[in-house]
Design a binder for this molecule. Structure first.
Ligand SMILES: [Fe+2]
Ligand SMILES: [Fe+2]
Length: 239
């Protein structure tokens, strides 16, 4: 359970204790229920916490990697596959990762760690990998075309590049989730953490548009369905 949820849980328990201590008599309750309007239910937490937000975004990135992986598998077995699947996924990755997710991490997470002098070698590597992701994605887009898939040299370059992207981004996101984000969370007070969640939420809608994360997820699902991998059950191993 994260600290924010624990805090909210404790707040609910504390609130209940207070309510029990001040419990009105049954007659009083009856009298009040005739006159007073029904109290509104307590509001739910408005925002997802910032590290949970970034981890959900990793889910989007990992689903894009699955699209590349499936595309590469089909190229290698000689099946027909549209170059547009690769190009659309790479462009979506540019919009989502380069234009949004990487910036959140660099501007709010890495910089905070660096100022605090914590895990600076890790953030140096992560920054370098963001840079490599940007360059590699731009290179791959040059070969993710019908003529690119048509020539064996360019097709091989596309396959090798997509493999390299997979090989780099899986550990990249895994280290962020398991090492960086827990350490980052420890540097913030509960209020700062909550405030950052609000900043992330605002940025999400400014950069990605009103549909935000859900809109991007919808686009990923569309691309997945073009390959028939939009159902989780398609990945189940039957033994
Ligand atoms: Fe990152
Ligand atoms: Fe990330």
């Amino acid at each position: 359970m994260n600290d924010r949820r624990r805090f909210l849980g404790l707040a609910v328990i504390a609130g209940s204790g207070f309510a029990l201590a001040a419990l009105p008599s049954r007659a009083e309750t009856k009298r009040k229920s005739k006159t007073a309007p029904k109290a509104a239910p307590p509001p739910l937490a408005a925002t997802v916490n910032p590290t949970e937000d970034l981890m959900r975004e990793h889910g989007i990135l990992l689903r894009m990697l699955l699209i590349y992986e499936e595309g590469v598998r089909r190229l290698e077995e000689g099946s027909t596959i549209s170059a547009d699947i690769f190009a659309s996924t790479l462009r979506l990755n540019q919009r989502f990762s380069e234009g949004y997710h990487q910036k959140l991490e660099e501007d709010h997470v890495f910089s905070k760690m660096e100022v605090a002098g914590k895990l600076t070698e890790l953030t140096r590597v992560l920054r370098g990998q963001h840079d490599a992701e940007r360059k590699l994605t731009a290179q791959l887009l040059k070969n993710a075309t019908p003529s690119g898939l048509g020539g064996s040299e360019r097709r091989t370059a596309l396959v090798d590049g997509l493999r390299s992207l997979n090989r780099m981004l899986r550990p990249h996101t895994a280290w962020e989730d398991t090492v960086l984000f827990p350490a980052f969370h420890q540097l913030l007070t509960e209020r700062e953490f909550e405030k950052l969640g609000e900043v992330f939420e605002e940025t999400e809608h400014q950069v990605l548009g009103p549909a935000g994360f859900q809109g991007i997820l919808g686009e990923v699902v569309q691309l997945e369905s073009g390959l028939g991998i939009d159902k989780l059950s398609s990945f189940t191993v039957h033994i």
